[in-house]
Design a protein around this ligand. Structure first.
Ligand SMILES: [Ca+2]
Ligand SMILES: [Ca+2]
Ligand SMILES: [Zn+2]
Length: 364
């Protein structure tokens, strides 16, 4: 709903909570509950109710007479009161992942933090050096694995966790152990460094396959569909996780609730990509910043009827497409930009959207 963004700022909590209660009540009584009305935000009734709610909430807040119970929205649970910039990628979430080579240094700093707050950070391994009041350099251990970096706003008493995956280095081999990778294109597409082969992969095992990589996604959701025993390997990028989390927030604002998205295809090895008929390895899926997704709350492996018109078709995928467009506010950093496309249902799959963070806009 409209106030998720303002609530996440944390400084207008009570006002926003009052606003939320009134807004929810208005939408529910006005024309049924949020779930059954995906376009609640756009309706004139709700807009009028919003204005009225805002005015009455302001009055109550000014009188300081009543403290409303706080409405917990998904964004409250997933967003922290401060954002982190992790290797240049800004994440407002309580948990986010970073991917680094052994011994590589990762820059972590707070973004949009309250200037009066004082911060502390610690890491479960590797070495952490403070580079400023709001910034740190974490140097990864020399061996692959996963570790936790925790940044705490001591003033607000709130922490954000970075899951730091130390990658298994990759130098173009056809396989990692028994796991077939295949061959990356030697020359990046049009000289664009986003198409250089990955320099390392996350090793995925039975132990970490269900590890949370962001509030609504687990590591294993991004694994290639290629068969084979553990360990498996994948490439994944922080910006993709941030973009998918933003999509879930935009969905919630439109009344489409979901605990996660079904990732039909995340990472694809060049080997797998060729077996499904793709002639080049320049697919963004091979670089870990693409996902083919749909909403599947009923768990049947197909897109849900999210616009509730009784059909599952392109129109449902188009809703996700439009919401991904709204994720990119003017001035969004280039690493949030990327490809976006609706794919029609065919014999093999239902409708879905492809989302990637290649760094420049692409539509097809
Ligand atoms: Ca479904
Ligand atoms: Ca539909
Ligand atoms: Zn795709």
């Amino acid at each position: 709903m409209l106030l998720d963004m303002s609530m996440s700022k944390g400084d207008r909590g009570i006002l926003a909570a009052l606003f939320a209660i009134t807004l929810l009540t208005s939408c529910s009584s006005g024309h049924s509950a949020r779930r059954s009305d995906p376009i609640c935000d756009a309706s004139p009734m709700c807009t009028a109710a919003t204005a009225a709610a805002e005015a009455s909430a302001a009055d109550v807040a000014a009188n300081d007479a009543y403290e409303a119970p706080r409405v917990v929205t998904q964004s409250d649970k997933t967003r922290a009161k401060f954002a982190l910039r992790i290797a240049g990628v800004e994440s407002p979430y309580r948990i986010m992942s970073a991917f680094v080579l052994p011994g590589q240094t990762l820059a972590v700093e707070t973004a949009d933090a309250d200037a009066k707050s004082s911060f502390a950070a610690n890491a479960s391994a590797g070495s952490l050096a403070r580079t400023g009041p709001h910034s740190w350099h974490w140097t990864a251990p020399s061996r692959p694995g996963s570790h936790r970096i925790r940044v705490t706003d001591k003033t607000a008493g709130e922490s954000v966790e970075v899951r730091a995956f130390v990658l298994q280095p990759y130098a173009g081999e056809d396989s990692m152990g028994s796991y077939r990778i295949g061959r990356y294109e030697r020359e990046p597409l049009k000289g664009n460094p986003a198409y250089l082969p990955p320099r390392g992969f996350v090793q995925v095992t039975a132990e970490n396959v269900d590890a949370q990589v962001s509030p609504h996604f687990k590591l294993g959701q991004f694994l290639c569909k290629q068969q084979g025993p553990f360990p498996k390997y994948l490439a994944l990028q922080t910006a993709l996780l941030v973009k998918l989390e933003r999509l879930l927030e935009e969905m919630e604002r439109k009344g489409i609730k979901a605990d996660t998205l079904h990732v039909m295809s995340g990472y694809r090895t060049p080997h797998y990509n060729s077996t499904i008929g793709n002639e080049t390895s320049y697919s963004r899926h091979a670089y870990g910043d693409a996902a083919d997704v749909f909403v599947d709350n009923d768990g049947d492996g197909n897109m849900d009827d999210i616009n509730r018109d009784g059909r599952i078709d392109n129109a449902d995928a188009k809703i996700l497409y439009e919401l991904v467009e709204t994720v990119l506010e003017p001035g969004s950093p280039s690493h949030m930009h990327g490809g976006l496309a609706v794919y029609k249902a065919n014999a093999a799959h239902g409708p879905f959207v492809h989302v990637d963070t290649r760094g420049s806009k692409a539509r097809w």
